[in-house]
Design a protein around this ligand. Sequence first.
Ligand code: SF4
Length: 894
Amino acid sequence: MTATSKKTTCPYCGVGCGVNVTIPHSVDDIVPPVSGDLEHPANFGRLCVKGSSLAQTLRSDDRLLTPMVAGQAVSWNEAVETVADKIAQVVKDHGPDAFAFYLSGQILTEDYYVANKLAKGFIGTANVDTNSRLCMASAVVGYKRAFGSDTVPCNYEDLERCDLLIMVGSNAAWTHPILYQRIAAAKKQRPEMKIVVIDPRETATCDIADMHLAIKPGSDAAVFSYLLQCSAQAGILDEGFIANHTNGFDEAFAQAKSSTPTLSSAAAFCGVSEQDLNRLVGWWNDTPKTVTFYSQGVNQSSSGVDKCNAIINCHLATGRIGVEGAGPFSITGQPNAMGGREVGGLANQLAAHMDFATPGAQELVQRFWQAPNMATENGLKAVDLFQAMEEGKVKVVWIMSTNPMVSLPDTAQVRRALEKCELVIVSDCKAHTDTTAMADVLFPATGWSEKDGTVTNSERRISRQRGLLPAPGEAKHDWWAICEVAKSLGFQSAFSYRNVHEIFNEHAALSAFENNGRRDFDIGHFSQMTKEEYDALVPVQWPVPKGRPEGTKRMFEDGRFFTSDGRARFVAISPSLPQHQASPAWPFTLNTGRVRDQWHTMTRTGDAASLAKHTAQPYVEIHPKDAKRLGIEDKSLVRLVSPLGQVLLKAKLSRAVAPDNVFAPIHWTQQFANASVVSNLIPQVVDPLSGQPESKHAQVRLEAVADISYGLVISAVPLTLSDCLYWCQVPSEQGYHYEVVWPKGQTQATLKAMDLKLPDQSHDVAEWLEYSNPVTQQIRLAKVVNQRLSLLVYAHPQPESIMADWLISQLAINTTLSMQDRLAILVGTPANIEEKGEIICSCFQVGSKQIEKAIASGVCSVDELGGKLKCGTNCGSCLPELKRFIPLNTELAV
Ligand code: SF4
């Protein structure tokens, strides 16, 4: 058997790591080995735990394989005609703005390009928005206000070469792990490099920080407002740069002085000690090579754009931009959020980094596309778009590769909008998501490993994401489906691409069209590539204009910006707090975010059983003081209620959150848990300039859920658990694992309902094993069918730690269960198997109990733990957590 190795990119985050995939020939069912690409400049061979587990997501049982219209499988022709007919009808009857695309940072640049071209040039609407609106729209507007263009100035090397790294609103250790590891390695090599984490929560990223500034939620802008005026006091303003390359310093500086006049006022606004804030000021003043690295914690805010400009102001004032190891660096969440920005995949962009308001831009794009129906003004941003849908103004929406029923704020509103919309088209590779459940038409899409095209990572680096495997069933590329609909609408010649390479060339040509250095985004060098050259494209940072094939490492080195006068603009900022503040009725501030091993709404990572082991259930972090006051125990079920809705989550007591604050991850959908979609709680408050929702902030109250029983259910077949108050399905390779809660006293009824929903087994020999303890109120039931375990239920009045992995492995045992096996199943603790505890290292499945045991036996450093248990020696994603197991003095002594 021979094998081919192909280079592609990881689809999980904006770091954009290169991946090598070895595809065995002729053996269809072998999972291709995945490894980091040693030559890719984003990761140099490393992959985090999500990237390392890519192969596990390739064999999903839940692929959407045929086009569906009204729940019936149809041919592609029929589905395309249904969609095109309806679009034509609503455009004729209600105008082009009755149609909208809602896209995703997950699709490839070429998919984005044709969607944008169809809507803005041919249908005539700018209603093309994307889930990237939820991720970095504020950063885009911040850059545009300051630079006249959406230009990320820095690169990943700057993160390693700076002397001060300020990480704001970013838990990079979990969300951008390979970047975090590059930073951690740089810090290890140069311990004098200072790292400051600004975040209301103590995250894993704080592990490498010299200081964690635990600010009041949303108060970030005041830190930078204060830094700006301190720069003047310290005499570190770059007067030459300000005079020759910027406008508006005086107004911005005056505003900073008036907003944060003193150390005490700034510290009070941010809720931090004067000493800590002063320490940051000292480091800022002393360190020309400073990078400020920011992400969703800054962007997802009702004043996100202002926060971005408060950061950029500081860099402009001190000339810390356009030089090695310095700059304001926004990091994107999704793998191709940047590619979407490049083609105009946001409703307030036109194309190729041009805006509707840019003089001459509409005519330029119209000429280039030979477009018959050019949109003339901005379209609807994500939240406005779904509100317009509910109001009946948008009548057809085409949602592509995203799950707005989970990711947009206020799920109930999104549901109402999709119910009201006359035609909801969803393109996805998965058959069952919370959003596909709302669709009238489903288009089966190719997914990672099948899709072919380009993506751009957070440092402007364009890489190929290559097709590795054939598309299953009738799944097609998104660009192909868009072009088929476009042709059916009568736009044959403009959408007659034969392959993805032709689309990329056209995109490159548009970027260079009448550009002459006036626009930042220029990849004209690629406009006449052959297919072979496109297939062999190596990662490169744009701009790549004609004659500069090596691309551009860093922007603004010449101090020239893309404003009309070539000068950067300071923006006067008044720091403000989130729109909704705590009140007696809603006393807790909810912060949202991600867990280490999951991605977005789990549509792909949710298939990987190993990734579910680190964090199996949706949870809420609560400070122990608050938990005690409210009678909430660790791991117990908690109800979070906001004015919009409620969710059920498992309590995780933690001092990482401040009192009166809670944190919940966003990943769980109704496919994985019945009552844990955190967006239910989030109001549709947006930044007025970027339209980005304030998704990191909601006011809630907490309620301990009383009179309940906790259960673990393991089954050989999927169960419907509608009788349970709460259920969460934990992915498993051997069977089905559910964590459940039901009302106290209804254990027998719930179990009966579960059994009734099992497939008919009347011809089989079934027996029940039972154990109950009236003192502890534990009940354990096992159903053995034909001598093999079929269903197992543990019920207990309090949350308990149970060796679920071992129990579920019993489903896979082929031999007749012995008496000893049966006893062990009821006891739940086999004598000869070591209990692992909570999984910390996903790569080697090393658990907390094993780590504690190793430390008790004398292991006293992370390196020694790796030597003994292998934990932390592969992807390194668990290193911050491993470090927390090491007693402080021991680690320091090593
Ligand atoms: S950091 Fe991890 S998730 Fe992000 S691109 Fe790299 S391997 Fe993928």
